[in-house]
Design a protein around this ligand. Sequence first.
Ligand SMILES: Cc1cc2nc3c(=O)[nH]c(=O)nc-3n(C[C@H](O)[C@H](O)[C@H](O)COP(=O)(O)OP(=O)(O)OC[C@H]3O[C@@H](n4cnc5c(N)ncnc54)[C@H](O)[C@@H]3O)c2cc1C
Length: 393
Amino acid sequence: MNNPLQYKVVIVGGGPTGLATALHLAQRQPALAQEMLILEAAEHPRPKVCGGGVTFHGEEQLQKLGLHLNVPAFTVNQLVFRLGRLDFSVPFPGAMRVIERRLFDAAIAEAVTARGLRVHSNEKLLDLQPGPDGVMLKTTRHTYRAAVVVGADGANSVVRRKLNLFAQPGIARLLRVLTPINPEEEEAWRQQTAVFDFSCIQHGIQGYSWDFPCLVDGQPHMNRGIFDSRLAPQLQHHLPHGNLKQTFLASLEARQINLSNVRLEGHPVRWFNPEAAFARPHVLLAGDAAGVDPLFAEGISYGMEYGSIVAEQIEDAFARNDFRFQNYKKALQQHRLGRLLRRRTFIARHLFAYRQPEMFFLIWRMATIAPLTIQYAFGSFLGLLPPRYETAV
Ligand SMILES: Cc1cc2nc3c(=O)[nH]c(=O)nc-3n(C[C@H](O)[C@H](O)[C@H](O)COP(=O)(O)OP(=O)(O)OC[C@H]3O[C@@H](n4cnc5c(N)ncnc54)[C@H](O)[C@@H]3O)c2cc1C
């Protein structure tokens, strides 16, 4: 690694996490941000397998960054939670926006370059060596030296692997299909509904399947997928873990969803483990590289929120000339992000531990007959809806 280019901060990954980190740092320390580089292996607009659901929490994060992204979106006005034959729905105008990640991420990247921040596209990190005074990075184009590196390079993070943190548990599997629809024939589209169906728990999948109406290249589609957190210890040892692909395809076939000419795509998500390692001297992990939501696999909003915490840590490190990042884990745990992710982890561990979660059947049964405010409280307890019903409607 001869004659490396020098930067104070290098952010690896130009997804929502890396881009939000850059924007937060630019808000806090404009001079420091001028000596920052974002490395992105692809070039925006780049494809990203995702459900595309942006919750109120994601909208809050965008607001904090002063971003008003003008991208095509389908507005969801009702959330349906299903378990077996039990359904309950929470009507709420603008509960969620379903966006196309390709366009959403590209719009954030555009804001980043419009603010004069440096992004190198089509440049992939290959190797990284932390040392006592900083980090050496080798990419497909150059070598760099940085005082701080942010690993925002997603669930398959190279930064994480190079820090030897890859083997820690916490990888969830997800599959998704995008199917073109006739909007008049699709109830979810007409009712502007997003469905979260946890029935796959009964087939040994520790997660849920989703049905989100959306636009792909401006055309009506359904974004359908399944999430298997693999979070809970297997309590019923005699039953094998469910087969994700088979379970997903069987549920689509049972609903006569035409799968000809559509592609089944998969990608992992790393879930938040509060006891995991999130940093090494001079290096911080954020977003999917660090861990996000184990209950819904929500990661767009959390990724952006990581950005604000990381920016604060970096500002503090330069102010104190101490780059060990020993407080980062505690800061994450104590932040709203860490508290909500821990709450979701708690629910996920209990909900996903059994194939027949009797207590949750009872909760669902009660929720189906509960007044709207109680249903709403459930949605906001899970962090899917804003905290106060009265102020939100
Ligand atoms: C099927 C599926 C459905 C999902 N649905 C939702 C949803 O509806 N709502 C929601 O909120 N979340 C959802 N998620 C989670 C969400 O997609 C992630 O949490 C989110 O993308 C995390 O953002 P990130 O910036 O941390 O990582 P990413 O979005 O993965 O971005 C990482 C970036 O790093 C770049 N990169 C990777 N390696 C390198 C390298 N070596 N060098 C340089 N650059 C590199 C990549 O090209 C990429 O642009 C879903 C995930 C999946 C898989």
